[in-house]
Design a protein around this ligand. Sequence first.
Ligand SMILES: Nc1ncnc2c1ncn2[C@@H]1O[C@H](COP(=O)(O)OP(=O)(O)OP(=O)(O)O)[C@@H](O)[C@H]1O
Ligand SMILES: [Mg+2]
Length: 434
Amino acid sequence: MGTSKKPGETLVLDTPRAFAPLLGPSRYKGAHGGRGSGKSWFFAGLLVEWCILNPGARVVCVREVQKSLRESVKLLIEDMIKLMGVEGQFRSLSDSIITPGGGIILFQGMADHTKESIKSLEGFDVAYVEEAQTMTKGSLEMLRPTIRKTYQDGTHAEIWFSWNPRAAEDPVNKFLRGPDPPPDSVVIESNYMDNPFFPRVLEMERQFDEQHSPERYGHIWLGHFEPAALGALWTRAALHQGRVREIPEMARIIVAVDPAISSEDGSNEHGIVAAGVGQDQRGYVLDDVTIKGGPQQWAERAVATYDRFEADAIVIEINQGGDMVRHTLKTVRPDLPIIEVRATRGKHVRAEPIAALYTMGKVSHVGTFAKLEDQLCLFTPAGYEGKGSPDRADALVWAMTELFPRMTRKDSKAMSKINPLGGRTGTSGTWMGA
Ligand SMILES: Nc1ncnc2c1ncn2[C@@H]1O[C@H](COP(=O)(O)OP(=O)(O)OP(=O)(O)O)[C@@H](O)[C@H]1O
Ligand SMILES: [Mg+2]
């Protein structure tokens, strides 16, 4: 990458070879790949260079969600300005950076924009979308026609994206890597091995993940889609589409526990999931607090979660050691309302109607529960394809079964007739046991 230090003098910032196709003008530029591949550094450098070569340039750095400037690439761009030795030409303000010739770099969250407010960006030359895998379809649709300048030489304002792909259906991925990408777009893939500056500390992290999370390694470090089984009951797309950030007004909350009874060595996980039904009659997954350990530990955590969400009851699976499970909970909190359920069908048969709720857009995760979501996406009609036992997913299925009884009862005729508030309270069986 070449850039002028003073007019006429060129300073070269080394660009990893993988990024070279992005150096010329194009309407859309994309770089996807795993951690530490140099994506952010490349675009930060390109952006500083753009501002120097085009005095008065207006640039906006956006993310889907930007709760504070600390989440933005502002610091990285300031570092880049110093590294390139061009501090004299830029001036950092608290929420923006003034660029040569009186231009500006702004930092914004797309989620804070409306159809009207986005118009303030119409005169901008470049929009850089960082962590673009989280960008919603609506935000992408809003941003594209906003960045619309055309220059005398026939080139256009540019939109740049960097992302670590989660699923093929992520809007940015579909847009730039789908079957029908927009004209005048250049997209490259870059991973850590393409970054000649890949630092030692990241190499240590990479090796650690390679050893300890082999199932997530491909996503984190190689930019593969997040793990999912072929024909899985849950898809990443359904999980991501439903995701919300805040807990809405709730009508009923429960904590479901799938205790691992045979945990002689204490290595099994006890699935503990808090979920509820909102006033809007939709299901919400509030937290996954699954732990390893002995009975006392899971019971205490389940009760603490019950308190934290002011839940209505705890749901336990009593197939194995039901008395012991009940007793363990009662020792922690004698008057705890407990709903007991018994499994009479296979895991995947129980999971199917719950997965259907997601497909119908009836369930949202409040935040991201990576390990739980991994388990869900490895659940197929033929069984669980992950390693070990899907305890988190099991707890979630019990929770939703209790919250949406009509959906899951054996005699249920129509999937569409959901009355989530028709649930019982107190000790009872479900269709699985009754
Ligand atoms: N041009 C460069 N010159 C010097 N060091 C670089 C350069 N590009 C990248 N690096 C080094 O590589 C590291 C990883 O780069 P960067 O943060 O851009 O990766 P990334 O693909 O955005 O990954 P992440 O997903 O972790 O944000 C940087 O922290 C920096 O140490
Ligand atoms: Mg980055």
